[in-house]
Design a protein around this ligand. Structure first.
Ligand SMILES: C[S@@+](CC[C@H](N)C(=O)[O-])C[C@H]1O[C@@H](n2cnc3c(N)ncnc32)[C@H](O)[C@@H]1O
Length: 348
């Protein structure tokens, strides 16, 4: 039957044209599917279905009823996800669970989806931004709390273990984390070092509040805290910062490089003066060349795009070394992973 239909199509279109069309559709499909699948992934993640499925298949009718969700929409998404093998969906029983692909997408790559969700408003308004009808900051903003959620999850995989090791070996016991996001680094530090106390600051109120809630939920409120504060206003009159012996910042400073590096140089010099004797453990993106990304088109291409579109400049490891030097800081230790575009520095 299928063969007969294929022969009919080839007769209608011609063999070469039919073959070329097929190949072109196959090239287009991952891009189109990426958009549809990502939108569905965000939706199921946000209503809690993907996490609920981590414990086993879920009865969709009860799930929709308990949360006031539209069963038809839920059913449509789950059918689609069954089609592309993210879920296993038993239509008759209206029961769906994670397939192997779904479990994989919910493991390490989850942070990629969360980070993309943080920048989704930029993509939604991309044409308006291109036409000059909307401006970044004034009309369009990223979701900073989701930057914290996505970044925190991704950084748990490599950056935090490297930075935590650096903090411990450099005697950090009272840590101040600049741009703490959802508090993930604070919580990982506390888990690794039972004696450690830490304060996180973030300029974004909802993000600092999220960190506070997560710290409380993890039962670490006696050793950790987070608050809304601007790192450019440090130290200010804050008794809680008197004992700080180590400053950390993971992927925070690059947000201030768009108009040149003088603000970051000045900030680092001020921090050095405000916290004499405290070492700094910095994790930052280190730019990979466009040529190397073309050869190995990793997720850093999307990452560079988010940053370009939101006026955040990613710099090379050499440029960071220069910035630290001009701020009067000495590099005590460094680890730069060109392959993943990230570098770690202990400074004094
Ligand atoms: C890319 S996120 C990194 C978050 C976190 N450090 C992590 O490891 O996931 C940068 C964070 O720095 C915060 N930030 C930006 N400017 C800041 C400032 N002037 N003072 C304090 N936090 C700031 C942002 O709100 C954002 O949460």
């Amino acid at each position: 039957m299928i063969l007969k239909q294929m022969l009919q199509l080839i007769r209608l279109l011609g063999l070469r044209r039919a073959g070329r069309m097929k190949r072109r559709y196959e090239k287009a499909l991952p891009h189109v599917r990426g958009y549809a699948a990502t939108s569905c992934y965000w939706t199921l993640l946000k209503v809690g279905l993907l996490d609920a499925m981590a414990d086993g298949p879920v009865e969709l009718e009860a799930f929709a009823r308990d949360r006031g969700l539209d069963l038809h929409v839920l059913d449509s998404i789950c059918s689609y996800f069954d089609g592309i093998a993210v879920l296993d969906y038993d239509h008759d029983a209206r029961r769906a669970g994670l397939a192997k692909l779904g479990r994989d997408l919910l493991a390490e790559p989850r942070g990629l989806f969360e980070l993309l969700y943080a920048y989704e408003p930029i993509f939604t308004d991309l044409e308006a931004m291109l036409r000059g009808d909307k401006r970044l900051g004034r009309d369009v903003q990223r979701r900073t709390d989701w930057v914290g959620i996505g970044s925190g999850r991704l950084c748990r995989q490599l950056p935090y273990p490297v930075m935590i090791d650096m903090v411990r070996r450099n005697g950090g016991r009272n840590v101040l984390d600049l741009g703490c996001g959802d508090g993930a680094l604070l919580m990982e530090l506390a888990a690794a070092e039972p004696e450690l106390r830490a304060v996180g600051i973030d300029i974004n109120g909802p993000t600092a509040d999220l960190a506070t809630r997560q710290i409380a939920a993890a039962g670490l409120g006696d050793r950790l805290s987070a608050c809304t504060r601007d790192m450019f206003d440090l130290p200010g009159n804050h008794a809680d910062l008197a004992a700080i012996d180590c400053l950390t910042a993971c992927d925070t400073f690059h947000e201030y490089l768009w108009d040149g590096d003088s603000r970051v140089v000045e900030l680092l010099a001020n921090l050095k003066a405000a916290f004499p004797g405290a070492r700094m453990v910095i994790g930052e993106f280190c730019k990979q060349s466009h040529e190397s990304l073309r050869k190995r088109p990793t997720a850093f291409l999307e990452h560079h795009l988010f940053h370009q579109l939101t006026n955040q400049r990613i710099e090379t490891a050499d440029r960071w070394r220069d910035i630290f030097g001009r701020a009067g800081l000495r590099i005590v230790e460094e680890k730069v992973f060109d392959l993943v575009g990230h570098g770690y520095f202990v400074l004094e």
